[in-house]
Write a protein that binds this ligand. Sequence first.
Ligand code: COA
Length: 175
Amino acid sequence: MVGVSLEGEKVILVPYMKEHVPKYHQWMQDPFLLETTASEPLTLEQEYQMHLSWCQDPLKKTFIVLDKDLVEGTFVHGDPHVEAMVGDVNIYMNDLDNLELAEVEIMIAEPKSRGKGLAKDAVLMMMAYAVENFGIHVFRAKIGESNGASLRLFQKLGFEDISYSEIFKEAVDSL
Ligand SMILES: CC(C)(COP(=O)(O)OP(=O)(O)OC[C@H]1O[C@@H](n2cnc3c(N)ncnc32)[C@H](O)[C@@H]1OP(=O)(O)O)[C@@H](O)C(=O)NCCC(=O)NCCS
């Protein structure tokens, strides 16, 4: 069964299908993408296993981001449109004390599709989807201090910057 697809102004979010895995795996050989997404390199076999676990985990939701400019012909729901896949966006309800909170992650892996507003479009669509379908009210993003592009993206989307040292300080102060 194929899940929903969501069409925005610049992107179409489609379910992560097994046809997407080889290209996804290829992206995740890039040291820059591994570092900025805090990921470990996987074999192709492990990437297929990861795909299955993401699809089955009720606390995770992943979409592949299609760049609408790259879709060949007409978009067909259920077709993976690998030619237009440029990244992924996901949420993870990983705070068991607060199921209204989700961590949001975005990657626009294809350099030619960066700087076109695709990440902004995809994150906003994912957040609206999470509010409507999972009752999420708080979003968190974990971003490396040196990742200026991502920091600016999330600041632009209204996220407040809380550094880990500040969180740690609060915890110490309240002891
Ligand atoms: C960060 C990333 C997702 C941005 O994707 P993108 O599609 O190029 O971003 P957008 O075009 O939607 O940009 C939205 C805003 O983000 C900021 N931004 C994006 N790229 C930027 C860059 N290279 N330098 C400075 N600001 C940048 C800008 O404020 C921009 O708004 P503006 O164009 O109105 O000024 C992309 O560079 C990426 O995937 N990087 C590698 C993986 C990663 O870092 N993921 C995030 C992990 S937390």
